[in-house]
Ligand binder design. Structure first.
Ligand SMILES: NC(=O)c1ccc[n+]([C@@H]2O[C@H](COP(=O)([O-])OP(=O)(O)OC[C@H]3O[C@@H](n4cnc5c(N)ncnc54)[C@H](OP(=O)(O)O)[C@@H]3O)[C@@H](O)[C@H]2O)c1
Length: 242
């Protein structure tokens, strides 16, 4: 891996993420919010229905390294259906590292799903580790090995309210949103993003794959490039807010 900006030169993921400490100094009313997404050159978020063919091995390592730094990882129902998540902090060494750094061993898994039509046979629910919190319009979920709590909301689920709940009721200092495009769109529309990690993978997919950002979006939101890395042809950009 090499760093292209700032200070070009050889680097590695540990060196790049060591000083990134999102749980420090969170706002009072919501957690610090980071989003991590992978995009094709034509701005698509998936190929063949999910992200398995997008991004390199390093992109997966980057994702796993990022997760170790957050109290919670949040996704939308569409992502849970397409990606069938397992335990969020899957590697024992990462759970150990989290505990050493003042985090719980497992990150809280947060899902926003109005209809609760989720794959309850996916490893996240069957593994029995950690905890899942689902913001939904339904008031009952199937029994699962992994403890699941529902936050039942009437009408539209407001992502700003979700974040307030996470901060006030769950003491979540920093949350990593891993998409998908429609949940990401709501965070952008609500101006709720502090850090944006974008991996660009050198393929075009076209077809009917969603764009990485979907929904009613503002005309313009400004970001500032914090760093740019390259590995295996993938570009790893980290953006902050001006
Ligand atoms: N490139 C990437 O980095 C990346 C990351 C993640 C996902 N993806 C891909 O993106 C695709 C899925 O796209 P998507 O836009 O459907 O994903 P999504 O944003 O994860 O899911 C949308 C779904 O989330 C729920 N939801 C989101 N906001 C809600 C709200 N305010 N109130 C109630 N429910 C809400 C709804 O679920 P219910 O329908 O359950 O009510 C909605 O259908 C998949 O192909 C996946 O592989 C790509």
């Amino acid at each position: 891996m090499r760093r292209l900006f700032p200070d070009p030169g050889p680097t590695d993921l540990d060196a790049e993420l060591d000083s990134y400490l999102p749980i420090e100094n969170p706002p009072d009313h919501r957690p610090r919010v980071a989003v991590n997404m992978v995009t094709t050159l034509d701005g698509r978020a998936a190929q063949g229905g999910n992200t398995k063919q997008l991004g390199s091995k390093t992109d997966t390592e980057h994702l796993l390294a990022l997760r170790t730094r957050f109290d919670a990882v949040m996704i939308g129902g569409g992502t849970m259906r397409a990606e069938r998540y397992g335990r969020i902090i899957s590697r024992p060494e990462n759970r150990k590292r989290r505990e050493e750094e003042g985090l719980s061993a497992d990150a809280l898994a947060v899902i926003v799903s109005g209809d609760l039509d989720l794959p309850f046979d996916a490893p996240l629910f069957t593994d029995g580790s950690g905890r899942v919190l689902i913001f939904t319009r339904k008031d009952e979920a199937p029994q699962t090995e992994t403890p699941v709590d529902l936050i039942t909301v009437e009408g539209l689920i407001d992502t700003s309210d979700v974040l307030t709940h996470l901060r006030v009721e769950e003491n979540v200092r920093a949350v990593l949103c891993e998409g998908g495009p429609r949940l990401f769109g709501q965070l952008v529309a609500g101006d709720l993003i502090d850090d944006f990690f974008l991996t660009t993978t050198p393929v075009m997919t076209g077809g009917d794959a969603p764009h990485i950002l979907e929904g009613n979006l503002p005309d313009r939101v400004d970001f500032r490039l914090e760093s740019l890395l390259e590995a295996d042809g993938d570009l790893f950009a980290r953006y902050g807010r001006p």
